[in-house]
Design a protein around this ligand. Structure first.
Ligand code: SF4
Length: 396
């Protein structure tokens, strides 16, 4: 079993590895193999926390990591489980979480690859991933001097349009891009974001499976599906509090905002927890962008994450629980909050209810600009530091 397939289970090679596994998926499910529990965890964490990393820690693919076979086989079973949840938003959130986790792993691989070529853990490089998505000829690196890795790439306009979205912000619009010889200039990080979209589309492909809930593997998975549905309904927030009173935010969120205001970059779990909280209290993506304007959080990242969280077609998923935030070192159970509520939203709701209405000042009333969602539209290049070195431009 190639641990790389377990790390990137949506690769074509991983599909072949699953097909060649000694036991079929129905057999694994019937035997309640470790892959089944890991699949349940995969879906639960995808929907509630935006990641599919095991609760026990990141899967790096080394021999010391969790059972690579269970990790690999959990992916197709997770796809069956999420299909059985019978919820389009759940499928979208699941695919987004798989893509987000894969991108984190890819970034780590590239860093490791940059720093130390001989690494004991199986890693991919950028060329492997481009080849996986048939992008080898569509993407070319800009030549660099002195530094081994290019900072910018040119991506053919067709794949660029297919893998990006105008909803990612003005900087992604073709009109704001350097375009030459049918190729668009992107930074290395932007190329990774586009690859994230390719991964998400690959995961999303074919979902949901058409399964008769009363038969075969679906029937065998009934209790796992029921468990997930129960958990989701318990954890589902009934509706936004819809009051933005920063003075009443719980300490964990105050700490994260303070950290970002000092210019410190938030980790993935930290920014996910903060965004989920702000969306959970009823803020729109525009409002969150305005609220975080003077912080280390960048507008495009905020918009991408909040739009993913603020799904008006389906269930609103709350931020991680106090216990999970404690595991990530985000919460220190200040003032013993865990006695009061199980998650920051519930804690905030308790504080809002306890406050006198007259004492609550809604941040949105003081910042009408944010509430209307109006943004700067001054026509400046959206990517800082990049001149539009344009030979040709086009409207998207
Ligand atoms: S106990 Fe919960 S609400 Fe309080 S600081 Fe910790 S994570 Fe936040």
């Amino acid at each position: 079993m190639d641990a790389l397939h377990a790390k990137y289970p949506f690769f074509e090679g991983a599909r072949d590895a699953v097909a060649g596994a000694s036991a079929s998926l129905p057999e694994l499910v019937a035997d309640d193999a470790p892959a089944v529990e890991r699949a349940r965890e995969r879906v639960e964490r995808a929907l509630l926390e935006g990641t599919v990393e095991p609760e026990t820690g990141e899967f790096g693919g080394s021999a010391a990591d969790v059972d690579a076979r269970a990790e690999l086989l959990s992916y197709p079973i997770a796809r069956i489980l999420v299909s059985l949840l019978d919820s389009e938003p759940a499928i979208e959130k699941y695919a987004a979480a798989e893509a987000s986790t894969a991108l984190d792993r890819l970034r780590a691989d590239l860093e490791r690859d940059d720093g130390l070529r001989s690494t004991p853990t199986p890693t991919v490089d950028l060329d492997d991933v481009l080849a996986e998505f048939d992008l080898s000829t569509a993407v070319r690196a800009e030549p660099v001097r002195g530094s081994r890795d290019p900072s910018h790439y040119r991506i053919a306009v067709g794949p660029y349009l297919r893998l990006s979205s105008p909803s990612w912000g003005d900087s992604w619009r073709l009109v704001n891009r350097a375009l030459a010889d049918g190729a668009v200039r992107v930074s290395r990080e932007e190329l990774l974001e586009a690859l994230g979209a390719a991964i998400e589309a690959r995961v999303r492909e074919g979902l949901p499976f058409e399964l008769d809930a009363d038969e075969g593997i679906a029937a065998e998975l009934e209790s796992r599906v029921a468990e997930l549905k129960r958990l989701l309904s318990e954890r589902t927030y009934a509706g936004p509090i819809d009051v933005v009173a920063p003075d009443l935010f719980p300490p964990c969120m105050e700490n994260l905002i303070g950290k970002a205001e000092r210019g410190v970059e938030l980790s993935g779990p930290e920014s996910f927890a903060l965004m989920a909280f702000l969306v959970g209290i009823g803020m729109s993506p525009d409002e969150v962008v305005a609220f975080c304007a003077d912080t280390s959080l960048d507008a495009e990242g905020i918009r991408y994450q909040t739009e993913y969280l603020a799904d008006d077609r389906g269930t609103q998923y709350p931020p991680p629980t106090c216990e999970t935030l404690s595991n990530y070192g985000i919460c220190h159970n200040e003032e013993d909050h865990m006695r009061v509520a199980a998650d920051p939203l519930s804690y905030y709701e308790t504080r809002v209810k306890a406050a006198d209405d007259g004492d609550i000042v809604d941040w949105r009333e003081e910042h009408g600009r944010a509430a209307t969602g109006s943004e700067s539209d001054d026509g400046e290049p959206a990517v800082e530091g990049e001149e539009p070195v344009e030979e040709e431009t086009a409207e998207r």
